[in-house]
Design a protein around this ligand. Structure first.
Ligand code: GLA
Length: 380
C-alpha cells in the first residue's frame, strides 16, 4: 500500500472501529498540453502525478457501539472532520456526495457505507485534487457495490458530479486522467469521441525532469472566469454554426471579433498543437515538444487571457534557463505551471524562479518534480 492508502485505512480504523473492507486511491494530474480544449470537443494530453487521494471504505460500526440510525459518513483525515452524506455544504465532502448522487442518476444503487479519506494532492492549486477524490470514490464504490461500471463511464459519472452537483462546468480531462492514465505515459484524449491512448513518456531516458511550480495563487474554479470562458466558447460555436469549437477552422476567424475571436483562435491553434506534440513525443523530439509548450502558453496568455504575472514569470525564467518548454497548466487564473528542464539544472532553475518571485513581490512558490504515475487503483 502507498502511504496515503495506509493513512486512509488507519483513519477508517480509528473512526469506525474496524478494518476497512476496501481501499482505493486516485492521482492528481498535470496537463502537458491542450488547455481549455476539453469542453470544446478537442484534444488534451495530461499525465497522472504521484500525489494521490486515498479512500478506505466499509460498513464499519454496524456492530453495536454505533449510534442509530445508521447513516453514511464521510471522514477526512486531512481536515479531521466527519460529514454526513445527505447534506450539501461547500466542503470537500461535496465531491464524494456528488459522485454518489451521479451514480444514482446513472441508475446505480449505492447502499449505506462509511468512508475515510486521506491525500497529498495540493488542494486548490490546479493539480486536480477534486478529480482525484471523485475518481477514488467512484472506483471504490464501483468495486464495493459490485456495479461493474467501466472506467470511461466512471469518468463521465465523476464529471457529472462536478458539473451538476458541485456546479463547476469542467470538461472531462481531469476525471479521465485520474482514472485512465498509466505509469510512464501521458494520455491523449479525444474529448469528443472519448477515445484515449497512452503515449509513452520516458523523461528520465531523455535526461529531463518535469518541474511543476505551484504559484500558490489559489483559485477555486467556481470563483474564476472558468465558466465565463466556457460560455464564450459556446456562444462563438453558435455564431459559427458549429456543434463545438473542435469543428471551427482558421477561415472561421474572419467571422469573429473581440473576445470570441481570441478564444476561438486559441482553441483552434491549441488542438493542432496537441496533435503535433504527440507526434513529437513519439519521435522523441523534445525540442519540438517544448516549442509547442511555449506556444501554448503565449496563446493562453494573450488569446485566452487566463495567465497571471506569477505564471508568466515562471515561463520567462524557464526560457532564460534554456528549458525545453514551459507553460501554465490547468485552468489558469493562478495555480500551477510546468517546465521541461534538464535533470541536472532543476535546482538552479527553481532557485532562480524563487528569487524572481521574491523580487517581484509575489508569494513564495512551491516546486515539485513528477514522473508520470499510475491512474486510480484498488489497493492490495
Ligand atoms: C480545469 C478543468 C478541465 C479543463 C482545464 C483547462 O482543469 O477541470 O476540465 O477544462 O481546466 O484545460
Amino acid at each position: 500500500m502507498r502511504e496515503t492508502e495506509r493513512k486512509a485505512a488507519r483513519a477508517y480504523r480509528e473512526q469506525f472501529g474496524e478494518d476497512p473492507e476496501l481501499v482505493a486511491s486516485a492521482p492528481g494530474r498535470v496537463n502537458l498540453i491542450g488547455e481549455h480544449t476539453d469542453y470544446n470537443g478537442g484534444f488534451v494530453l495530461p499525465c497522472a502525478i504521484d500525489r494521490r487521494i486515498a479512500v478506505a471504505l466499509g460498513t464499519g460500526g454496524r456492530g453495536g457501539f454505533e449510534t442509530r440510525p445508521y447513516q453514511t459518513r464521510l471522514y477526512s483525515a486531512d481536515f479531521e472532520e466527519t460529514r454526513q452524506l445527505d447534506e450539501k455544504d461547500s466542503s470537500w465532502a461535496n465531491y464524494p456526495r456528488g459522485v454518489v448522487w451521479a451514480m444514482g442518476e446513472a441508475g446505480h444503487e449505492i447502499g449505506e457505507f462509511r468512508a475515510a479519506f486521506a491525500g497529498n494532492v495540493p488542494l486548490g492549486s490546479g493539480l486536480s485534487s477534486s478529480a482525484a477524490i471523485e475518481a477514488a470514490t467512484a472506483l471504490v464504490l464501483n468495486a464495493f457495490f459490485g456495479l461493474g461500471v467501466g472506467r470511461t463511464d466512471l469518468a463521465i459519472i465523476c464529471q457529472r458530479a462536478e458539473n451538476d452537483y458541485v456546479g463547476v462546468g469542467t470538461g472531462i480531462m481531469d476525471q479521465y486522467a485520474s482514472l485512465l492514465c498509466e505509469a510512464g505515459a501521458a494520455l491523449l484524449v479525444d474529448c469528443r469521441s472519448l477515445d484515449a491512448q497512452s503515449v509513452p513518456l520516458d523523461l528520465q531516458a531523455a535526461g529531463l525532469a518535469l518541474v511543476v511550480c505551484d504559484t500558490r495563487v489559489e483559485r477555486g474554479l467556481a470563483d474564476t472566469g472558468y465558466n465565463d470562458r466556457r460560455a464564450t466558447c459556446e456562444r462563438a460555436a453558435k455564431m459559427l454554426g458549429v456543434e463545438e469549437l473542435r469543428d471551427a477552422t482558421e477561415g472561421d476567424l474572419d467571422l469573429l471579433s473581440g473576445a470570441e475571436l481570441m478564444r476561438v483562435r486559441h482553441v483552434i491553434s491549441e488542438n493542432a498543437r496537441v496533435l503535433k506534440a504527440v507526434e513529437a513525443l513519439r519521435d522523441g523530439e523534445f525540442d519540438e515538444f517544448g516549442r509547442l509548450m511555449y506556444a501554448s502558453h503565449v496563446s493562453l496568455r494573450d488569446d485566452y487571457e487566463v495567465s497571471t504575472p506569477e505564471l508568466d514569470t515562471f515561463v520567462e525564467k524557464a526560457e532564460q534557463h534554456g528549458a525545453r518548454g514551459a507553460r501554465l497548466t490547468g485552468a489558469g487564473f493562478g495555480g500551477c505551471a510546468i517546465a521541461l528542464v534538464s535533470e541536472d539544472e532543476t535546482d538552479a532553475f527553481t532557485d532562480a524562479c524563487e528569487r524572481a518571485f521574491g523580487r517581484n513581490g509575489f508569494g513564495k512558490p512551491a516546486f515539485y518534480e513528477f514522473v508520470p504515475a499510475a491512474g486510480a487503483e484498488i489497493a492490495d
